[in-house]
Design a protein around this ligand. Structure first.
Ligand SMILES: Cc1cc2nc3c(=O)[nH]c(=O)nc-3n(C[C@H](O)[C@H](O)[C@H](O)COP(=O)(O)OP(=O)(O)OC[C@H]3O[C@@H](n4cnc5c(N)ncnc54)[C@H](O)[C@@H]3O)c2cc1C
Ligand SMILES: *[C@@H]1O[C@H](CO)[C@@H](O)[C@H](O)[C@H]1NC(C)=O
Ligand SMILES: *[C@@H]1O[C@H](CO)[C@@H](O)[C@H](O)[C@H]1NC(C)=O
Ligand SMILES: *[C@@H]1O[C@H](CO)[C@@H](O)[C@H](O)[C@H]1NC(C)=O
Ligand SMILES: *[C@@H]1O[C@H](CO)[C@@H](O)[C@H](O)[C@H]1NC(C)=O
Ligand SMILES: *[C@@H]1O[C@H](CO)[C@@H](O)[C@H](O)[C@H]1NC(C)=O
Ligand SMILES: *[C@@H]1O[C@H](CO)[C@@H](O)[C@H](O)[C@H]1NC(C)=O
Ligand SMILES: *[C@@H]1O[C@H](CO)[C@@H](O)[C@H](O)[C@H]1NC(C)=O
Length: 519
């Protein structure tokens, strides 16, 4: 998702140039707290010599680290956090925990990179969380034109680091999002219409397998694992490094418009036009979002972000039609990747839910979504959530059919779009609920959002506009993201998981996220 709440900020006159929130990042070492944790798996980590990498609830840095999870409802409290700093420490951590798990009862392990995904996917209350926050370096190897990026890095820092070497990579738009989870789910970016999903730029993964072995997965070594990791989620091991094909550093031509909600038809026309674009126009990215926050405005506003990835401000597209409308607020300038990422950081700390659908590029379906969004807002206002305690974000992202083929050049990904011949629009519904809202408010907002998502799927099907993809990075836990990749891909992912994780550790001991065993 993108700058939704940026909307609120902009409309209330706050600056968009938020500094990257370098979360309170504790140094686990040097604490004076106990030598024993009292929880068997944490004690096993201490016995393995990892005390300096642990945060126990009694440690002063424990709570600040929990608050570095993006969504307030994802801030679960594990028995201990373990923050490895090297690949060897990840291997020791994983094998220690899995061995401590034998016969140890009902406790689980979680893996966290940037911590932006849904509650329970990246953290655990009854067990131990492996937090990769300290593995956050980004380096550039000019000999191979490769950026080596660790999973705990945030995209804003990745761009700022790589810029010093004159390069950048295809990655997240919101600078606070983590590298690890984003790339495992595919990765939609400003470069999608030119270079495909972000995972298509990965040339090599360094992976710690459940038995502690460290392998490379690339086109020639473990090629099955290489392909499975491109969209296949967290099912095979812990990725400790992503080697990304670097591209030259650049300025983005960045345009942002906030329009009153009554210009919806013009916005839909532009989205539909962009979803018809052919590759010639692939340098032009469009993201639109409908947002409602009663504290800011009584009506819905529409944010439209346009980016030309080669910094060309002169290209003429249907976006120009929107520029002629009376906007509430505009930004139009050249921004580095790091600037754009820093300006797009959605503030953390609200309680969140999201859902996604993909459908054919038919304006009737988009209009239906807009109508449902208004109904959703009305329902929440009248319900136990209450006006003033929530903010909606509904995104449309054009996905012309050729995008599915872009991945093929680099060996292909798992998303199942390579055989799709229809232009599509990717829909994402999101809601942020004030953490102080009444008990049950989030549950209600989430249930209504899931109902809206189901209605969209049903309606799209009824007008012959249905499409399979349930995009993993935006999916709700109740959705079958991996199952949407198609029968062959699902079977492939099952086989690869069995080969690299024969005991099913990532299915049963590390159950968070989208699991092939649950498809
Ligand atoms: C504000 C916001 C903006 C967003 N913008 C975009 C966007 O522009 N484009 C887009 O495609 N998506 C976007 N997303 C979705 C985002 O890509 C996912 O939430 C993604 O999972 C975040 O990555 P992370 O590292 O922060 O994930 P985490 O929450 O840390 O992890 C996600 C999942 O991956 C697993 N995992 C994480 N790291 C590893 C690893 N190294 N090895 C094995 N498993 C691992 C975790 O166990 C968990 O199940 C956005 C989300 C938010 C909240
Ligand atoms: C960003 O950080 C810099 C340096 O710390 C500071 O000078 C500036 O005021 C900050 N800007 C915002 C918008 O917080
Ligand atoms: C990496 O994380 C550490 C600890 O949280 C932090 O101090 C540092 O600034 C981060 N570095 C980068 C490049 O993001
Ligand atoms: C692929 O993996 C092999 C084996 O580890 C390694 O030697 C080779 O350098 C890797 N290739 C790339 C492109 O990283
Ligand atoms: C849309 O609403 C704005 C005020 O929010 C108003 O100025 C404008 O005239 C309206 N335009 C149309 C086409 O209704
Ligand atoms: C855009 O147009 C202006 C004026 O014609 C010209 O000076 C400039 O070089 C053009 N920029 C690009 C990136 O094409
Ligand atoms: C709504 O907007 C206000 C004002 O910008 C902001 O403080 C609040 O956090 C927003 N509400 C939510 C739930 O995001
Ligand atoms: C670890 O697992 C991999 C994949 O299943 C296997 O190839 C390798 O032989 C195993 N290593 C050890 C030391 O058991």
């Amino acid at each position: 998702m993108l700058p939704n709440i940026l909307a609120a900020g902009l409309l209330t006159g706050l600056t968009a140039a938020t500094n990257l929130s370098t979360s309170a990042t504790p140094q686990a070492s040097g604490t004076t707290s106990p030598a024993l944790a009292g929880a068997p798996p944490c004690d096993a980590l201490i016995a393995a010599g990892l005390r300096d990498r642990l945060l126990l609830p009694v440690d002063p840095s424990y709570e600040p680290q929990i608050e570095s999870w993006w969504s307030a409802n994802a801030r679960l409290h594990p028995w201990c956090l373990v923050l490895p700093e090297t690949t060897a420490e990840v291997s020791l951590t994983l094998t220690t925990l899995l061995n401590a798990g034998r016969g140890a009862g009902d406790w689980h392990i979680a893996v966290r990179s940037g911590g932006h995904s849904w509650p329970g996917s990246n953290n655990v209350a009854n067990g131990v969380t492996i937090d990769l926050s300290f593995m956050n370096s980004s380096t550039y190897d000019s000999a191979t034109n490769t950026a080596r990026v660790e999973p705990g890095a945030r995209w804003g820092n990745v761009y700022a680091d790589l810029q010093k070497a004159g390069v950048t990579v295809v990655g997240g738009r919101d600078g606070g999002v983590g590298v690890g989870g984003f790339l495992l789910g595919g990765g939609l970016s400003f470069f999608t219409l030119r270079l495909g999903f972000a995972c298509d730029s990965v040339g090599n993964y360094e992976v710690v397998l459940p038995n502690g072995t460290v392998v490379n997965a690339n086109a020639t070594s473990n090629p099955d694992l290489f392909k499975a990791l491109k969209g296949g989620g967290s099912n095979y091991g812990i990725v400790t490094r992503y080697d990304l094909e670097a591209i030259p550093s650049r300025n983005l031509a960045y345009d942002l418009l906030y329009l009153p909600g009554n210009y919806s038809q013009q916005v839909i026309d532009t989205v539909v036009d962009y979803a018809k674009h052919d590759e010639m126009l692939g340098d032009n990215a469009l993201v639109t979002f409908y947002t409602h926050n009663t504290s800011v405005s009584a009506t819905t506003s529409i944010g439209v972000i346009h980016v030309n990835i080669v910094g060309n401000t002169n290209v003429s597209t249907s976006f120009d039609n929107l520029k002629k409308l009376p906007a509430l607020f505009t930004v139009s300038d050249l921004q580095t990747m790091a600037q754009a990422a820093a300006g797009s950081v959605l503030p953390a700390g609200t309680r969140n839910a999201g859902s996604t659908q993909t459908f054919k590029n038919d304006p009737v379906i988009l209009q239906y979504c807009v109508q449902l969004h208004e109904e959703y807002v009305a329902t929440l206002k009248q319900s136990g959530v209450g006006a003033g305690d929530f903010e909606t974000m509904m995104f449309f992202q054009p996905l012309p059919s050729y995008v599915g083929q872009l991945g093929r050049k680099n060996g292909g990904n798992m998303l199942g779009l390579d055989h799709v011949t229809e232009n599509a629009v990717l829909w994402t519904g999101g809601v942020a609920v004030n953490p102080n809202a009444p008990e049950g408010a989030l549950a209600l907002a989430q249930a209504e959002l899931n109902a809206m998502s189901a209605k969209i799927k049903q309606f799209a099907g009824s007008v012959n506009g249905g499409m399979e993809l349930v995009y993993l990075n935006y999916a709700d836990a109740s959705q079958d993201a991996l199952g949407s990749y198609g029968t062959d891909n699902v079977q492939f992912l099952r086989d690869v998981a069995k080969r690299y994780d024969p005991l099913g550790a990532f299915q049963t001991r590390i159950p968070g996220g989208f699991k092939i065993g649950r498809v």
